[in-house]
Ligand binder design. Sequence first.
Ligand code: PLP
Length: 461
Amino acid sequence: MSEFDQYDTQAIVEMDKAHHLHPWQFFDLFRHNGALPIVKGDNCHIYDTDGRKYFDAVGGLWCNNIGLGRKDMADAIAEQAYKMSYASAFVDLTNVPAAELAAKLAQLAPAPLNHVFFTCGGSTAVDTAFRLIHYFQNCRGKHDKKHIISRKNSYHGTTYAAMSIGGKPGDHPPEFNFISDIIHHISYPNYYRCAEEGMSEEEFVDCLVQEFEDKIEELGGADKVAAFFAEPIMGAGGVIVPPEGYLKRMHAVCKKNDILFVSDEVVTGFGRLGHWFASEDEFGIVPDMITSAKGLTSGYMPLGALLFSDEIWEVLNAEGSGRCFPHGFTYSGHPVACAAALKNIEIMEQEKLLENVNEVGPYFEEQLKTLEDLSIVGQVRGRKFMVCVEYVADKQTRELFPEELDIGKRISNHADKLGLICRSIVHLNVMSPPLTMTRADVDFIVDTLRKSIELTVEELR
Ligand code: PLP
């Protein structure tokens, strides 16, 4: 008897279909197909209820950094749950894992970012940043500094403010309302798609920087703009690695205009790019705030964190102000989640996972690039353990396939059958594997993706 015999797949799928509204549920498709029930994880692999094994190259949802199903993590979580499963961090209570984790994050983050607010995930870290920005600007007497600038096609989460800061057109359907009076979107740094023909990368960056400066001017100048949000590498927006110098120059515009730079490292943090945080170590900028989640616990527990600078802290903490920051979640600083994060960091340190990313990452990029010889692969891009393949109907003109064709999904469906999970986003396949991935795993991913693309090309003939 197999360990999977206990599951009645059909019954689980029907139960789920009847009662479970999924994030980003496409109703018509879901009504027919339902969802694939996953029951077991082991490092990079997941198993469905029928015992089928898949290599999960998406790392869950960009969050499985240390690998699934680890006993050391389960033990750390169980031990903390048994000792102290919940303690509020409101006002004047704290707990040991929260205090230790705050200190550890201050040590790992760029030097001036020594302060941490704990949240329930990435979106709530972004919402917390949004509120803290206005609070900070008001506390220091800059009452008109209200506008927020972010980028088209960015993703910053799903709560009201986070979704408004995000700029993916598909996430802004007319059925929803958004904060539009103080949040503004400028172009994103996609050289492959957005640069004019014949433009060098440097000229493209000049245009983007100019657009940023023009937007600040249009909003009334430096006194009106509070903050700029950017993911160092855009994730859900299509793994957009910015051209050389882009982030540094955008950061310089922020500094010149006294605008806070918020680096959304929910995906890029905790090793995905071979560093604890990518802003400084990969891109040479020190932001005023960093939002973090996902790899912070490798998805073993839900947890997010907003890290912010001494400069902000000193304004909030001014002696005798009588102020209170009226913001917090029941689960801010949750002891079990913080204990999971501490163990996760310890494992990453002991098993030298950042080193593995720096060693295997370039091989992954190089091997994946070989797919560019296929007729429908327009571009392979990304860095280290954060990559994507973009499909085109015509390599010369870079024309995309019609959306209804759902090219990314067609390819990932073939990959599923061959035992590889890669996420499709319309005309893309996106991957962010666990940091434990080996060179042999890379070979499996690249071979399987090649076969899946070839099968799709045949099907389209
Ligand atoms: N920020 C970025 C860059 C993300 O990619 C995500 C999620 O994918 C979020 C924020 C939101 O995080 P969460 O889903 O944990 O709320």
